[in-house]
Structures are given as C-alpha cells and as structure tokens.
Write a protein that binds this ligand. Structure first.
Ligand code: CAA
Length: 283
C-alpha cells in the first residue's frame, strides 16, 4: 500500500497545518472544504508560513513554489476518488463525521485509508460508519501542526496491522514522531491534558489564585511552554469543554466533570483566541 496522493478534509487551523506538512514532505495534496473561501483562507495561512521559512533561510523560494504546486483546492468531496489516503479534520461532531466517512467509503477505491484527526471521538465508532473498518485509523496531530512533533496514531478495534504500519511510516516521512495508542476516550493526550486544564479552571473558579498566577506556576514550575489557561484559550474553550464532556460520558466518572466556569465562558461565546476573549483578551 503506497501513499502518494492525499485529501485533507477541512481547511481550518488543523487541516491547513496537516496539508502544509504533507505537501512539504512531497505528497500531492487536495485541500478540501465546503466553500472556496474556507480553502483559500487555509492556503493563505500555508503560504504565509512558507514565506516565513523562506525569510529565515530554511527554504528556498523555488522549494516554496514546489510545495504550493503540490497543493490543490477542492470543494467537492467526490475528488477523493483518486487519492490514496484521506485525512479528515472537520468539525468535532460524531454525526457529521459518521456521515462524511460513509460518503468517503462510497466514493473512494477499496485500497484507500480513511484517517481522522479527531481529538477525542471514538475511531471505532467512526469506522463503523464504513464498510472498511480495518482501513480506518486515527491520526491525531497537535496544534500548531507545523511545529509539534507528535502524531498520536489511534487503532480502532478493527484497524489492521498493515494500515497501522503504512500510517506509521508516512508519519515519519512527515518528520513527525508517531506514538501508538488504543481507542479509549481522549486517547492518551487529551485524557491527561484536559483534566489538567479543567483543574486549572477549577483553581481559578475557587479563587485559589489569579489566572496569571496559575499560568506562571505551571510555566516556571513545570517548564510548560504555556500556562494551562493560556493553552486553553489557544486550543479553544469550546473544544476543551467538548473533550471534557467526551471523557465524562465515555468513562462515566465524575472526576471528569467540566468546571462550571468553563461552561459559563463557552455559553458567553468567550471561546479563547479565536473570538478575541477567553481567560485573556486578545487583539
Ligand atoms: N504555525 C506555524 N508555526 C508556528 C505557529 C503556527 N500557528 N505558531 C508558532 N509557530 C512557530 C514560530 O514561527 C516559531 O518558529 P521559528 O522558531 O522557526 O521562528 C516557533 O513556532 C516558536 O514560536 P514563537 O517564538 O512565536 O513562540 P513560542 O516559542 O512561545 O512557541 C508554541 C509557540 C510552539 C505554540 C509554544 O508556545 C508551545 O509549544 N505551546 C504549547 C502548545 C501545545 O501544547 N500544543 C498542544 C495543544 S493540545 C492539541 O493540539 C491536541 C488537542 O486535541 C486539543
């Protein structure tokens, strides 16, 4: 099974980052989203990132052009008919993902691997929407994708060893480090990260310390590059809440209950950096 051409579904922050690293690694990439303007915005981010690499002397102008030439815009999911791998980075909603995977299953030839960048939804359930569960796998990239080395590779209940190996090899070709995990709520990354963030929010909610103090403790005391509240704003508070709810429901354990303050901010539309306000305010 050889991967040469990839479709990335979803041209948002994660999808465009994934498309960028795939194109840099030499793959032909179709960047797909529902509307032309979404894909153009994603391509704009990629072009800006590549220009920075050229300015810093890490990439030649010619290489940048070659990378851009490997990227093609798509607004029709039927374009997946001649790719070898689809990496889905659409919204975190099981109904939408199940529908999309069923559709991709009917469009793509038999050999095509269908991967999801979901941050916490069960790969096994996504796979069950298709007739090829052995070819469905999780590829969980971290934000910002061009910078972060990890890709969590999640095996669904039926994922085959062959498919796992293809994706592991391909991840290494992207210059990333694959780590194998099984399909349980939050996988490894968010099972550990999100309760820490949620606890930081409880610490603020209970008046133990100010937001700045909480972040400072974790940055200077634990050498985290960002404090947990800054990181929550970076990830998006709606995403944090969604993942906590997935853990809470998936394990049925109250230790994963989302902090009421997190719920309140999400209800207020304070979703973090992307809306200009979360725990902090942004320009
Ligand atoms: N896209 C591309 N490159 C980016 C970038 C982006 N969005 N953001 C930063 N960079 C690059 C910068 O260009 C810079 O590159 P150079 O060194 O080549 O100049 C480098 O990253 C460092 O950036 P900065 O100097 O601006 O800032 P920094 O040193 O504070 O690093 C950071 C920024 C890499 C984001 C760092 O703060 C960090 O590692 N934060 C933690 C990120 C993290 O935990 N991510 C995981 C989130 S959880 C997740 O993704 C999973 C989930 O399911 C929720």
């Amino acid at each position: 099974m050889n991967v040469e051409k990839i479709m990335v579904v979803g041209a948002g922050q994660m999808g465009s980052g994934i498309a960028q690293v795939c194109a840099i690694a030499g793959y032909e990439v179709l960047l797909n989203d529902l509307k032309q303007e979404f894909v153009e915005r994603g391509l704009g981010v990629i072009a800006k990132n590549l220009s920075r690499q050229v300015e810093k002397g890490r990439m030649s102008a010619e290489e940048k052009q070659n990378v851009l030439d490997r990227l093609t815009i798509s607004v029709d999911v039927n374009d997946a008919k001649d790719v070898d791998l689809v990496i889905e980075a659409a919204v975190e909603n099981m109904e939408i993902k199940a529908k999309l995977f069923a559709q991709l299953d009917s469009i793509t030839p038999e050999h095509v691997i269908l991967a999801s960048n979901t941050s916490s939804l069960p790969i096994t359930e996504i796979a069950a929407a298709t007739k090829r569960p052995e070819k469905v796998i999780g590829m969980h990239f971290m934000n910002p994708v061009p910078v972060m080395k990890l890709v969590e590779i999640i095996r669904g209940l039926a994922t085959s060893d062959e498919v796992y190996e293809v994706i592991e090899t391909m991840t290494k070709k992207l210059g990333k480090v694959p780590v194998e995990v099984n399909d349980f709520p939050g996988f490894v990354s968010n099972r550990i990260l999100m309760p820490m963030i949620n606890e930081a929010i409880y610490t603020l909610y209970e008046g133990v310390a100010s937001k700045e103090a909480i972040d400072e403790v974790m940055k200077l005391g634990m050498n985290h590059p960002m404090g947990p509240l800054t990181l929550a704003d970076f990830i998006g508070l709606d995403t944090c809440l969604y993942i906590m709810e997935t853990l809470h429901e998936g394990f049925g354990d109250d230790k994963y209950r989302p902090c009421p303050l997190l719920r309140k901010y999400v209800k207020a539309g304070w979703l973090g950096r992307k809306t200009g306000r979360g725990f902090y305010e942004y320009e």
